[in-house]
Design a protein around this ligand. Structure first.
Ligand SMILES: [Fe+2]
Length: 221
């Protein structure tokens, strides 16, 4: 029986991905260094903590359980995620639930999807990236390169096809990889109780065969 790689969330060591896609390492390494430096100074972390009002704390808390889908569909369609951005300096912004770096690299075979620092209490609330309107988000693989200060305190949550909430604990130096479908809602969320850094990429469709090979090899380790 062929496994459906597209219904699971995979965790693959960064070293494995970097040997196939050195361009990802070239983007990751300098940003990761910068992030390490930023974490050593707690001033932005403190700004983040102060910015977390009751509404945000609820969004964080709700990442732990099956979401109220109607509420999160409404929220997602409002698309207000970027609205409250406050500039911190050096190209970094305080956003809802996280600190982000929106200066994205241009790569021929990947779309870079975002550079995010989730301090303690950081989150990306439940969402589906479903194409509600003309501004569609493309179906396909998503690769999130991840590093965390402490393991066991953060993770990726998703609803599987049976509607169960599955917790995928982050691992230091591993990527979380999943298929974003467009014929159904793929509800997912992120939370962190430690410093968590992630860099997201969408490999363009001509890389799908390579992605399958990497995921099949990775799952038999
Ligand atoms: Fe997403």
């Amino acid at each position: 029986m062929t496994r459906d790689l597209r219904t699971e969330v995979h965790q693959i060591p960064l070293s494995v991905l970097f040997s196939s896609f050195p361009e990802l390492q070239a983007v990751w390494s300098p940003l990761h260094q910068v992030w390490k430096g930023l974490c050593a100074n707690t001033s932005w972390e403190n700004r983040f903590e102060e910015s977390q009002d009751t509404e945000q704390k609820i969004l964080f808390a709700e990442t732990q359980d099956i979401p109220d889908v109607e509420k999160y569909q409404r929220l997602e369609q409002l698309g207000q995620e970027q609205r409250e951005a406050v500039e911190l300096g050096e190209g970094w912004f305080l956003n809802r639930g996280k600190i982000s770096y929106p200066r994205l690299a241009w790569l021929p075979s990947f779309e870079q999807r975002g550079v995010f620092w989730y301090p303690k209490g950081g989150y990306r609330e439940w969402h589906s990236n479903f194409p509600y309107n003309a501004h569609t988000d493309r179906a396909g693989w998503r690769i999130y390169l991840v590093d965390v200060e402490e393991e066991g305190k953060s993770g990726f949550q998703y609803l599987n096809e049976e509607g169960n909430c599955i917790h995928c604990a982050d691992r230091k130096g591993y990527a979380n990889i999943f298929w974003l479908p467009h014929d159904r809602f793929f509800w997912h969320a992120v939370f962190s109780r430690t410093n968590r850094f992630s860099c997201g990429f969408h490999p363009l469709p001509h890389l799908n065969a390579t992605m399958n090979e990497i995921l099949l090899a990775g799952s038999s380790l």
